[in-house]
Design a protein around this ligand. Structure first.
Ligand SMILES: [Zn+2]
Length: 200
């Protein structure tokens, strides 16, 4: 009987955790209280059953009805808070983990979106209109070009201004004012690596 209660309780708690997984993933309001209440009640039943069983064993050794009664009652009143049950505590920590994990995954998603946006804005070289491989930043106007492409353009015409539409700098581009943008390069590589090579 006790095993049956425990194994049924295992099954119920498992399926409640599955529901909470879905809530964490899809629901906007993360109200898990009704589920926690169910587990609380299950723990209560288990606790009471366990206590009665233990009390009966203890009381069986009593020879008079009165001592039987007293011993039985004294043992049943021990340890009656379901919140102290291992099952209840495990359930709560599982719920916390599930909700936190989901939050963390959302955070990772938004970081990736941010990365893709950054890269989408900066990946194309303004001279060749092709994806940059080695981005360099003009320290005068902060615009970015591909190193090889700006080098090639300056070789042909040393008096080249920043080609970015709306750029306020009227100066000619100087190679010594271009700084390698390692962070952007890392981002470009990261996005390129995550893209399907067949799409290129
Ligand atoms: Zn510029």
């Amino acid at each position: 009987m006790g095993d049956l209660i425990a194994s049924n309780a295992d099954k119920i708690v498992d399926s409640l955790l599955q529901s909470i997984k879905l809530i964490a993933e899809y629901e906007d309001s993360k109200d898990v209280k009704p589920y926690t209440n169910i587990v609380h009640d299950i723990c209560d039943v288990e606790l009471k059953y366990g206590n009665h069983k233990k009390s009966l064993t203890n009381a069986q050794q009593c020879v008079t009805l009165e001592t039987f009664d007293n011993t039985y009652r004294a043992s049943t009143n021990q340890n009656t808070n379901p919140k102290n049950c291992k099952r209840f505590k495990d359930f709560n920590s599982n719920v916390t983990n599930l909700l936190n994990r989901e939050q963390q995954e959302h955070l990772d998603d938004s970081i990736n979106e941010q990365l893709l946006q950054d890269v989408a804005l900066h990946r194309i070289d303004p001279f060749t209109k092709r994806p940059m491989r080695n981005p360099v930043r003009n320290s005068v106007c902060k615009h970015v070009y591909d190193k090889d492409s700006v080098k090639g353009v300056l070789k042909v015409n040393a008096q080249t201004r920043c080609p970015v539409v709306g750029c306020s700098s009227k100066q000619y581009i100087q190679m010594n004012q271009l700084v390698e943008d390692k962070e952007l390069r890392r981002k470009l590589e990261k996005v390129a690596a995550s893209e399907d090579p067949l799409e290129d």
